[in-house]
Ligand binder design. Sequence first.
Ligand SMILES: [Ca+2]
Ligand SMILES: [Ca+2]
Length: 311
Amino acid sequence: MSLISRRISPAAFVFVLFVAAIYFVTPPPAEASPILIIQVDTVYAYPGQQDVTFPIYLQNLTDTVAGFQLWMMLDQPDIMQFTGGFDTSGTLTSGWEFIDVRSVGGQGFDIRITGLANMVADPYTPGIGFPQTGDIPLIKIKANIYDIPDTTTDRYVVLFMVLGDVNNFHFSDEMGNLIGIYLDTVIDTNWYQCMQWMPPPDDTICLNWQQVSGPPADSIFVDTVIVPHLDTNLVEVIDGAMVIHPCGDANGTGKVNIQDITFLINFLYKSGLPPTPYQTGDSNGNGIVNIQDITYLINYLYKNGPAPQYQ
Ligand SMILES: [Ca+2]
Ligand SMILES: [Ca+2]
C-alpha cells in the first residue's frame, strides 16, 4: 500500500499499470490431486415422499476437517424442496457441537449447511481425522417430494453445490485454516486529482483531493487485496440427484410396464433385489409388497384397473 502525494510523471503511470498487469496475469495453481472429495449421493424417491434422506459423503485425505460450510441448490423446485431437517447419526459429524442447516432463500430451493466440531467452551470435540475413504456420510440432509403426477417426464432433480465464493463453500482444519484454497493478489488502483494546490513555493502540497476514474491524475493510491479462491484441483465436488419413480415402477426404469411385474415376481419368489424405494413395489398402497401388488399391476396394465397409488 503506498500513497504518492505529489505530481507524478506519465512514466510513473506506465510503471504502475505494468505492475498491475503482472499481478493480474498470475497463472492459476498447477494441477494436483484432490485432497478433499465431496460427493452428493443419488437417491431414489416416490411422489409425495416426506423426509427423504440423502447423504453427502466426504473423502478427506490430508487434513483434519473441523469445520465446513456448504451451499447447495436443486434444479427443479417444482418437484422437491429441502426441509432444513438433517441427521448426523452414523455420520462423520455425529457429536459435533454446532450444526446449522437452513434455506438462505427461505423457500427450500437451496440449503446452507454449517458445521463446527468444537466450540470455544468445554468439552473438546475433535474434528474428522484423515484419511477418510468416503464410505461414511459427512451428514444426511432431508427433503420432501411433491406429489407429482406420473405423467411428469423429467423426474431427475440435480442436487448441486454452489461454488465460487469461499464464504459459502469451504472446509477448515482444527486451527481454523481453510483447506484447499489458493490466494490471489488483486491490485486495486485508485486515482486522485488535486483540486487546489498550495500557492508557491509550497505548490507540491495539495489542499483538496478528489478521486477520479483514471488518468490524468496527480496521485495514485495502490491497494493490494488478497482474495482466497477454492482450488478445484484440490477440492473435487461431485453433484448428486433425486430421482422420482412413478408409482408402480418397481424396477426404477421410469416407466410402469410388464418388466415391473417380472421384477416383483423375482423379488418375492426368486430372491431378487427389492424395489428401491420399497414403496415403488407397493402398487396397491397398503404398506407391504406382496402378490396382491402383482395382481394390481396386471389389472392396471391389461384390464383397465386403477393406476398404482402410494399411500
Ligand atoms: Ca419400470
Ligand atoms: Ca401392497
